[in-house]
Design a protein around this ligand. Structure first.
Ligand SMILES: Nc1ncnc2c1ncn2[C@@H]1O[C@H](COP(=O)(O)OP(=O)(O)OP(=O)(O)O)[C@@H](O)[C@H]1O
Length: 604
């Protein structure tokens, strides 16, 4: 997300460059009468619009589409059919082509709501084929394999192809403006979070199904309008030209070359790929021309993937980016700032979270076997047990990652059974992971600002990191000792620092219950001490914790109560001192020689 963020000093030449480029594009029809150049530019603008659309779905959101040219076909056929039935100019009905494409994209997002990775690539290609098949077979409406004739242009011949040229240029600028607006918005921040780690994003209040539907529609709407105009331009619609897999592949190459997830990458890529295709079209003839072009584009794709995996724009931006990484810097202050108050605290002692008789089975393994725990409001509960005893599985049941075969999770008197992960995050469940999961394309501040404590549509158009939210995220990072790192890339942090960012994310979410999965694992003694202080000071403001941990001295010194799991069953529950001398617990987990050290830190 930060790849294109440039210092204000560099913005001026960039704006000048863009202004000059736009001016040149507007002036070209007046400067050169060559219709060949106009036609090449029309195709370039079309690929630019298609690339910008693809970039929203595949670059920003991470859902790689191999069927994006289908939206060209949907737009073209919608406009073609409506224009001939209503006897109007295809320009007039072109927006309806955009709406039709957006509706197809909405259907795609619904069909693929549980489909990711390679499976999504295949489904997107299947969509292209399926739509082509429908158009080919619905001949009464589409002309089928005979094709569909568009009305002839009704303007003066002196204007050549200019209306197509300017309409597609305007759409290209609109596409760039839309991508730029999305990238700078809270919505765009959520899309990048989904791309980096969709499950984690769901757990911090990014409702992926809604975001994905909106992103898919945004990625198709202008492509559909461009398809309508392109269809009018070529004047005769056939399935093979309008639902063209080669165009779908070209757009992938163009965006990868220019810069995936950047605003101008698709435009730059289009300005490289279309002229290149034209040059090879005109200079290479004979029966092997097609094979040669295929080898050339395939080779280029390989070269881009190996040499410029980020694409030209992101690679150049990285070279120019003089910000020094802050990796290795020491933790900020040792004095602990005042812990932020929670808005969700309940009267201490009330049963805040209850897990009732939960069973989870993986094949022959019962990861949880009728397990129950009760977590009072304002308490710190230690959840301990041997490796494989079901602790993480219990967290996964509480946060909605796993659906249990039996049992229920009740928060504040209400069952969470019907809520998905995002619903549970909004209801008040927040968790960290054994291996911290951050959004690696985002900065530290963006990682915290990506959190939503509720869903509000108007928030989507807010700036990604701004106002009170940005101030709060910064304050929370200061609270966990990472105030110096707000602009650092998440990838530049150490393992322990990543854990602290996850804690800041949780505080941003402000859940009723904070589930920490092995917070002490792999972190140094100073950080461990700091973590214990953070947990204590947050607990003092009324926050409730459940902590899974193998460092017994650390967790039992913090805990008010302890639950012990073995083979998925709860074998003991009670205060740490009693549980740590329970013979069943000593035998199953702690060992006969275990001695609980007296608490050293001050209890609140
Ligand atoms: N997705 C899964 N598929 C199959 N088996 C699983 C899955 N998740 C957990 N298990 C199994 O369930 C059991 C409990 O695993 P879980 O990760 O909950 O244990 P744990 O107590 O958190 O262990 P550790 O202390 O090592 O983290 C283990 O036997 C594990 O192999």
């Amino acid at each position: 997300m930060s790849a294109e963020t440039s210092a204000p000093r560099r913005r001026v030449p960039k704006r000048w460059l863009i202004g000059l480029g736009v001016l040149a594009a507007v002036a070209i029809p007046f400067l050169t009468p060559s219709s060949y150049i106009h036609n090449v530019l029309i195709l370039t603008f079309l690929l630019g619009v298609l690339g910008s659309g693809w970039n929203v779905m595949s670059g920003l959101t991470g859902y790689v589409s191999l069927g994006h040219s289908a939206f060209i076909g949907v737009g073209a056929y919608t406009a073609g059919i409506l224009a001939s039935q209503w006897a109007v100019s295809p320009f007039l009905v072109a927006p309806l082509g955009g709406i039709a494409a957006a509706l197809v994209a909405l259907a795609l997002s619904w069909v693929t709501r549980r489909t990711r990775g390679v499976a999504f690539v295949i489904v997107s290609y299947a969509m292209l084929e399926l739509l082509g098949l429908i158009v080919r077979n619905w001949s009464s409406l589409t002309g089928g394999s005979q094709g569909l004739l568009m009305p002839l242009p009704d303007w003066d011949v002196r204007f050549h192809n200019w209306p197509f040229y300017y309409a597609l240029l305007a759409l290209l600028l609109l596409s760039v403006a839309m991508t730029s607006a999305i990238r700078r918005s809270k919505f765009g921040l959520g899309l990048v979070a989904i791309r980096d780690d969709e499950d984690k994003a769901a757990g911090i209040g990014v409702p992926a199904p809604i975001y994905k539907s909106l992103a898919f529609m945004a990625s198709a709407v202008l492509v559909g309008v461009a398809g309508a105009i392109y269809g009018y331009y070529v004047s005769f619609l056939t399935v093979s030209t309008m639902f063209d897999i080669v165009l779908s592949l070209q757009v992938v190459l163009a965006v990868l070359l220019g810069g995936r997830a950047t605003v101008w990458g698709p435009v730059l890529g289009a300005f490289i790929i279309v002229p290149l295709a034209e040059v090879t079209n005109t200079s290479i003839g004979g029966v092997d021309a097609g094979a040669f072009r295929l080898i050339m584009f395939g080779g280029l794709l390989l070269l881009v993937t190996l040499a410029l995996p980020r694409g030209i724009i992101a690679s150049v931006a990285r070279l120019l980016d003089r910000r020094t990484a802050q990796a290795g810097a020491r933790l900020a202050s040792t004095a602990l700032p005042v812990a932020p108050m929670s808005s969700r605290t309940l009267a201490p002692g009330t049963d805040l979270l209850r897990v009732d008789g939960v069973t989870v089975q993986f094949g022959g393994v019962k990861a949880l076997d009728n397990a129950s725990i009760v977590v009072p409001a304002g308490s710190i509960t230690a959840l301990i047990g041997p490796n494989g005893s079901g602790k993480t599985t219990l967290f996964n049941v509480i946060d909605g990652t796993y659906e249990p075969a039996a049992g229920d999770v009740v928060l504040n008197g209400k069952s969470l059974a019907k809520l998905d992960r995002t619903g549970r995050a909004f209801a008040g469940i927040g968790r960290t992971y054994q291996l911290p999961r951050l959004f690696d394309s985002l900065t530290v501040l963006e990682n915290v600002a990506a959190v939503n404590d509720r869903f509000e549509p108007r928030r989507l158009v807010h700036s990604a990191v701004s106002g009170a939210e940005a101030a709060r995220a910064t304050g929370l990072l200061e609270f966990v000792g990472l105030g110096e790192y707000v602009d650092a890339a998440a990838t530049d942090l150490s393992y322990g620092q990543r854990k602290l960012v996850e804690l800041a994310q949780l505080l941003m979410l402000d859940p009723a219950v904070i589930l920490l999965d092995e917070p002490a694992a792999g972190i140094n003694p100073t950080l461990l001490q700091r973590l214990a202080e953070l947990i204590r000071s947050l607990n003092a403001t009324g926050r409730t914790f459940v902590i899974v941990e193998h460092d017994m001295q650390f967790v039992l010194a913090l805990a008010d109560q302890t639950t012990v799991l073995a083979h998925g069953k709860v074998i003991a529950s009670g205060d740490p001192a009693t549980v740590s001398t329970d013979p069943a617990v000593l035998e199953a987990y702690l060992g006969d020689d275990f001695v609980l050290e007296p608490t050293t830190g001050p209890r609140p």
